[in-house]
Design a protein around this ligand. Structure first.
Ligand SMILES: [Zn+2]
Length: 158
């Protein structure tokens, strides 16, 4: 039953997008904002002790060469990212732009469908296929040149 409803939901959303040109219906909500930091422990202390954000968890993502901390913020979250090595994309970001917002992430219901739709429209994708994110999520990145300068992450929760 759940499957069927989800399928109907996806079909309805995709159809709406095509019929009414409401492409944005593929995207649900902001999942998190990613902030590049030089030192994760120091940044955690600021967000937790000074700003009063609630720490949710810390993960090491070896494949992406980053260590991240998530803070819950209502339905959304803040993700702090420290690079693990100079070849990490976050290290390159820190070098050229300094600490600050590195990407924003949106929730989607069907990441494969969104990627197909974006590909069809000529959006420059960093990931043509979804890859594994933290906590069993499927994620994919869209190149900043297709979003007016901000790295965009798509997230499909399990
Ligand atoms: Zn992220």
């Amino acid at each position: 039953m759940k499957r069927t409803l989800e399928t109907l939901y996806n079909v309805a959303h995709v159809s709406l997008g095509i019929v009414e040109g409401l492409e944005c219906v593929l995207i649900d909500a902001i999942d998190h904002i990613g902030i590049a930091v030089k030192n994760l422990d120091e940044a955690i202390s600021v967000y937790q002790n000074v700003l009063g954000f609630k720490l949710e968890g810390i993960h090491t993502l070896n494949e992406r060469k980053v260590k991240v901390a998530f803070f819950s913020l209502g339905e959304s979250r803040i993700e702090l990212l420290e690079p693990l090595g100079s070849d990490s994309t976050v290290a390159k970001f820190l070098e050229t732009r300094g600490e600050g917002i590195q990407h924003f992430a949106v929730k989607v219901k069907n990441i494969e469908a969104v990627l197909e739709e974006f590909k069809r429209k000529g959006v420059t994708l960093i990931d043509e296929k979804p890859r594994a994110g933290a906590e069993g999520a499927k994620i994919a990145f869209v190149h900043p040149k297709s979003t007016r300068g901000v790295l965009l992450e798509l997230v499909e929760k399990p």
